[in-house]
Design a binder for this molecule. Structure first.
Ligand SMILES: [Zn+2]
Length: 614
């Protein structure tokens, strides 16, 4: 049986034909009976009984063919990888809203499903190719586009996908060969959402800011221990995400889709692991705290539900693909059933960000970090039988899992509290020389304007103390730790300084980028490491007479110096430290050393004036 679909936007007319392949006028398309689907429309995974997965070229070819065969799909690329491959994006829209502008105009929800951020974890890619085929070619899921425009990134990290081989995922049960974890530039994209060092992430941010998806999936496969579950899911539902969005996830989305996934036989569970692996009865701790370097934390501070899916790597590949398919399908069904619920949650969250500068509730504070609480609720944890035995290799004990289920009455620790928050300024001032920072503000869609002329402005800011650097890089960066001491001073900001007002949709994101104490702030990622370097020095024979004069002229300073000599042996033994004591207090000292160059503009009136004069 072949169905003919006539007309374009919206899907208006379905004509059922008994036989034959008929191409209708306009944007007509013929649906193919799933029972007589040719191999052209089956993924390599399907053709090989899930032993293998498509290579990058095959995947892109499949996407091209979907787009050529259906008027409701469009293939495009959102950039290039380090090695020069296209970053593929397949857009599904029954109203042919294939650009951000047309998608926003037609009022449907925009859903982004991103796969292969870790390319060895490719179940989402196969799931999405199958789903796109079922929507576009067989039409068996075509109703999923009624209220949704669907963006599919089948392979977010193509270079790593093509570092293809059988030895890339030691902890994973198939397919026979798969991609690698990190980009060709050795960057882990799932730590890169804030710093955006990878060209792939820079492309992703263009999609994110242009389309502003209402919901975002990031599909992985797990590492870690064995259990019965096929599918873990996770999202930031605590105070880091706007209340209407968090409430939609915990009250509408998960209560509606999880029972359906269970009924489908997929065994979903919140992403987490036993607090004590030897005794799951002691409780299961979920991994519900995600800082914005991860997809889930990043989406949260942009007021969007960001759902992490982790198919269980030890389950057969078919099961992982089907489970990944099912959670996307069930979510899209829910969105089509009640599209206004998410639309309203997102609209309200954005409105609150704009009006309250990203502050949470009545607190006047922006949430920077969450911590777990000791609250728990009873849960039956579906483990598998295990024993610990002596290892001949290590001499220690090693776990050995069986394939027998072990259901344990346990407790789920899933609650969070705010552990760090801050009262935001009216706006931030970023001097124009810090181009890597203003560039990232643009990439992240944070709005700012430039100072029309040089201004002396009163600002809050920070002086950094106890600055330490790690011995080794992390994601290619030497990320400092420090204590940020608040300061208030008048500073000169030159014309061209970026003024970042916080009465905007991306207010929380701006705070997380620019507030040093935020867990993934740009200064913590090492974007301002040069401010921690001393660039000017004093010769000791020049400083000596200056120090003598300061001692002679200031009895308080003399007392402080002598006190320090008595109390601090290390100081007393160091000629350099003793001279620096005076250097730091002299007008020759670099006043910008260890000082945050970004200002917190506290005065709303001044912000309004600057905005008017831009
Ligand atoms: Zn992963």
């Amino acid at each position: 049986m072949i169905q003919l679909l006539l007309g374009s936007a919206p899907l208006a007319l379905l004509v059922l034909l008994l036989c034959g392949c008929v191409s209708g006028g306009g944007h007509g398309t013929a649906y193919v009976d799933p029972a007589s689907l040719s191999d052209d429309w089956r993924t390599k995974a399907e053709r090989t009984d899930y032993a293998e997965t498509d290579r990058y070229d095959e995947c892109v070819d499949f996407c091209h063919r979907l787009a050529a065969a259906s008027p409701f799909a469009h293939y495009t690329s959102f950039g290039r990888t380090g090695e020069g491959r296209e970053l593929p994006l397949l857009i599904l829209s029954s109203s042919q809203a294939f650009t951000p502008d047309t998608a926003h105009d037609d009022g449907k929800l925009v859903v982004l499903v991103e796969n292969c951020i870790h390319s060895g974890e490719c179940c989402g890619k196969d799931a999405c190719l199958e789903l796109a085929r079922d929507i576009l070619i067989t039409g068996t899921r075509r109703e999923l586009l009624e209220h949704v425009n669907l963006l599919i990134m089948p392979i977010f990290s193509p270079d790593s996908h093509e570092r293809f081989g059988p030895y890339n995922r030691i902890n994973q049960n198939g397919p026979q060969e798969m991609g690698w974890r990190v980009t060709a530039a050795n960057l882990n994209l799932n730590r890169d959402f804030i710093k955006a060092d990878a060209v792939e992430m820079q492309g992703w941010l263009k999609v994110w800011t242009a389309w502003q998806p209402d919901l975002f999936f990031d599909i992985h496969a797990t590492d870690g221990g064995d259990h019965q579950y096929t599918l873990f899911y996770s999202a930031t539902t605590g105070a880091l995400v706007a209340e209407p969005v968090g409430a939609w996830m915990s009250e509408t989305l998960f209560p509606n889709i999880i029972p359906k996934l269970e009924a489908d036989g997929h065994m979903p569970f919140p992403y987490g692991s036993p607090r004590n692996r030897r005794d799951p009865a002691q409780g299961i701790r979920t991994w519900s705290i995600h800082t914005p370097r991860y997809s889930t934390g990043y989406g949260a501070i942009c007021n969007r539900p960001s759902i992490l899916v982790e198919a269980h790597a030890l389950k057969p590949y078919r099961q992982r693909v089907r489970a990944s398919y099912a959670i996307v399908q069930r979510t899209l069904e829910e969105l089509n059933r009640r599209p206004d619920a998410l639309r309203e949650a997102v609209r309200l969250a954005d409105e609150q960000s704009t009006e309250r500068r990203g502050t949470y509730g009545d607190s006047g504070q922006v949430v920077l970090e969450l911590a777990r609480t000791d609250e728990s609720e009873p849960v039956t944890y579906r483990a598998v039988e295990f024993v610990y035995r002596q290892s001949e290799i290590t001499g220690g004990e090693i776990v050995e899992y069986s394939d027998q289920p072990l259901n344990v009455e346990s407790k789920l620790y899933d609650q969070t509290r705010i552990s760090k928050s801050i009262a935001p300024p009216a706006g931030y001032l970023v001097p124009p020389q810090w181009t890597e920072i203003t560039e990232r503000l643009e990439w992240h869609g944070v709005e700012f304007f430039r100072l029309a002329r040089t201004e002396e402005l009163e600002v809050d800011s920070y002086r950094f103390e106890q600055v330490k650097f790690p011995e080794r890089p992390y994601e290619g960066r030497f990320a400092p730790s420090f204590t940020a001491i608040p300061i208030h001073e008048a500073r000169t900001f030159v014309a061209g300084t970026a003024v970042v007002p916080l009465d905007q949709q991306r207010a929380k994101l701006a705070v997380h980028l620019l507030e040093p104490e935020a867990p993934d702030s740009l200064v913590k990622w090492g974007f301002l490491n040069v401010i921690f370097e001393r660039k000017e020095y004093a010769a000791d024979y020049i400083l000596e007479p200056i120090a003598q004069r300061m001692l002679a002229e200031d009895p308080d300073l003399k007392r402080e110096f002598e006190e320090r000599l008595r109390a601090d042996e290390e100081f007393a033994d160091s000629a350099r430290a003793r001279l620096n004591f005076f250097y730091r207090r002299s007008p020759y000292w670099d006043q910008k050393y260890n000082v945050y160059p970004i200002g917190r503009l506290m005065d709303e009136g001044v912000l309004s004036r600057l905005r008017a004069e831009q």
